[in-house]
Design a protein around this ligand. Structure first.
Ligand code: PLP
Ligand code: COI
Length: 347
């Protein structure tokens, strides 16, 4: 490793914003993206009439850069984030930012901020936030005349306090995050705006977050506010909900593959009825920020359902975590194409 590493308390980082020196920004106007550039300015100056501000015309992604034992830096499946952002753009009538340029922009941002990629072994990583939003002078409810695409980054530690220690969730019975045919499968700010109040109420009651049920019938588990849900059945099967109104988690699809191909388990997407928690030996939340967070217990209608344990991570969850994190940090060889190296300027 030829570059220096910033002097931060890496082992104790939470999931907060730390301003890093460089971000990428590109503008779309008259039907095309400009080349884009790295900028040191972390403020955006936009029209007061921007659709992003009024009508929520924006979408974003979340991905991470990891430092390997040998000091290299790598991204995990950035092509999947590029594709999911295009799907979000389709839902909100926004222009695609092409996959190749998306990955290139992410690599540039990571290379320019390489000193903020946490050292190997600290459990921390560099979180990248690609973001697109509608701007320009237009008050009518229609797609914006111009767009901004940006990627910034910030070093992060665990999203849920406790990291690999189990956390408890409550079921949100009074609020949904998405509608049956709404925008739940798109990574758009409106879904998160809808989750702020139930999240706060859950936090106030001592839970890490809440679990949402399917908005049409309130009988099946959908996902957590910022992560997908998975469980291990008592028959050692990996299951995770299938629903058109949850975010298609890249971590979840990766775990489905790893459970099958690396751990030899049956792994399927299917309904997870909230009244069927007894069939699960272990449960967890998974996502880029959450990585794999074991779920100790879920409270529903005044009853506590404990999975493996409220204090100890279950053995299958642990194996999945070690495999996933091992691939992300370069200790285990992942499936072809999952890991993308970031060339560093001085190399
Ligand atoms: N579900 C929601 C609502 C999320 O915000 C996230 C985070 O991106 C996830 C699931 C997990 O998705 P991924 O694994 O692609 O990060
Ligand atoms: C992520 O895991 O990247 C997320 O988007 C979760 C949350 C911080 C919004």
């Amino acid at each position: 490793m030829k570059h220096k590493i910033a002097d931060l308390d890496w082992a104790n980082l939470g999931f907060g914003y730390i301003k890093t020196p460089w971000r990428f920004i590109a503008h779309w106007k008259d039907g095309a993206w400009n080349e884009g550039e790295l900028t040191g300015d972390n403020r955006v100056h936009i029209s007061e009439a921007s659709t992003a501000l009024h009508y929520g015309q924006q979408c974003f992604e979340g991905m991470k850069a990891y430092r390997t034992k040998s000091g290299e830096i790598q991204l995990f499946r950035p092509d999947m984030n590029a594709k999911r952002m295009m799907a979000s753009c389709d839902r909100l009538l926004m222009p695609h930012f092409p996959e190749e340029q998306f990955i290139e922009a992410c690599k540039k941002v990571v290379a320019a901020n390489a000193e903020f990629v946490p050292p190997y072994g600290t459990g921390a990583s560099l979180y990248l936030r690609p973001l697109m939003f509608g701007v320009g002078d237009q008050i009518g409810v229609k797609s914006a005349p111009e767009f901004i695409f940006t990627v910034f980054c910030t070093p992060v530690g665990a999203y849920f306090k406790g990291g690999m220690s189990p956390v408890n969730f409550m079921v949100s019975e009074d609020y949904d995050r998405a509608a049956p045919f709404g925008t739940g499968a798109a990574k758009v700010g409106g879904n998160y705006a809808a989750s702020l109040l139930p999240h706060e109420l859950a936090k106030d009651k001592g839970y890490a977050d809440c679990i949402y049920l399917d908005p049409a019938t309130h009988t099946k588990i959908e996902e957590v506010g910022a992560a997908n849900f998975f469980a291990i059945t008592k028959n050692n099967e990996f299951v995770t909900p299938y629903s058109p109104s949850i975010l298609p988690s890249i971590t979840k699809y990766s775990l489905l593959h790893l459970a099958k191909e690396y751990l030899g388990m049956d792994a399927i997407e299917r309904d997870c009825p909230i009244n069927g928690l007894d069939e699960f030996a272990e449960a967890g939340a998974c996502g880029t920020a959450a990585v794999i967070t074991p779920i100790g217990a879920i409270d529903y209608k005044g009853e506590r359902h404990v999975f493996h344990s409220e204090t100890e991570v279950g053995p299958v969850t642990k194996k999945l975590y070690d495999t996933m994190v091992g691939i992300q940090y370069g200790d285990i060889e992942g499936p072809a194409g999952w890991v993308v190296k970031v060339p560093l300027d001085e190399e």
